[in-house]
Design a binder for this molecule. Structure first.
Ligand code: CA
Length: 229
């Protein structure tokens, strides 16, 4: 289980890292909101601990962006500001809970474990971004309420993209994880491209908001963006 800790107070950040690592978690630290968002966009995490008072873009701003971009990981806010207004605001913008500093480490641990367990049960078989949703149990995909007619491979491909939403997925990753082929080859790259093209036609073709994007020379990403590019 990987946890991203966005906290500018070095002493607190280091203590969290040490404590969580002792409990078997893998911990990555980010000292600013920008750094935190960048790290979240490039690596997979199961949970984020987010300090509200950060230099530059503050925690609330980052929280909003993270949710707008479709990241669904549980986010626990760490804050020194124990006011009702702040709590409500944080939860409104997509946080899963609050801890007011200073907090006892066992309490933090209990909250983390609860969120990880809850997240798993609730979302285990559903992957969602924007108005696109796939159900892993029923093996079907819908967009804006309309069922998408996907082949088994297209479904696997979409599932992989959704599991990594917001992150760039390379052809190498797709070859390895979706096609289970370890060695890259031009024919396989072509097969991947053809499947991506078909998937895009089905997922994005009839809809104004395009979710699957090609990042030239790198790979593909599924993400929700309001501005076209
Ligand atoms: Ca702070």
């Amino acid at each position: 289980m990987r946890i991203l800790v966005v906290e500018d107070e070095r002493k607190i950040a280091e203590a969290l890292k040490k404590g969580l690592e002792a409990e078997g978690f893998e911990v990555v630290l980010a000292a600013t909101g920008e750094e935190g968002f960048f790290t979240l966009s490039t690596e997979p995490f199961d949970l984020m601990l987010l300090d509200l008072m950060l230099p530059g873009r503050d925690g609330k701003d980052i929280l909003k962006t993270v949710r707008q971009k479709g990241f669904q990981l549980p986010i626990l806010i760490l804050t020194g500001r124990d006011t009702v207004a702040d709590r409500v605001l944080g939860l409104d913008s997509g946080a899963d809970g609050y801890l007011v500093k200073p907090f006892a480490f066992p309490e933090l641990l209990a909250r983390i474990r609860l969120l990880l367990r809850r997240g798993k049960q609730e979302t285990e078989h559903l992957l969602k971004i924007s108005d696109l949703e796939i159900n892993l149990l029923a093996h079907h995909a819908i967009r804006a309420g309309q069922p998408l007619d996907l082949t088994a491979k297209e479904f696997d491909l979409l599932e992989y993209l959704l599991r990594h939403h917001g992150q760039i997925v390379s052809r190498e990753m797709l070859a390895r994880e979706v096609w289970q082929v370890l060695e890259r080859s031009t024919p396989l790259d072509n097969v991947i491209d053809v499947n991506i093209a078909r998937l895009r036609r089905k997922v994005d073709g009839p809809f104004e908001t395009k979710l699957i994007r090609t990042i030239r020379g790198v790979g593909f990403v599924i993400r929700e963006e309001t501005d076209a590019n």
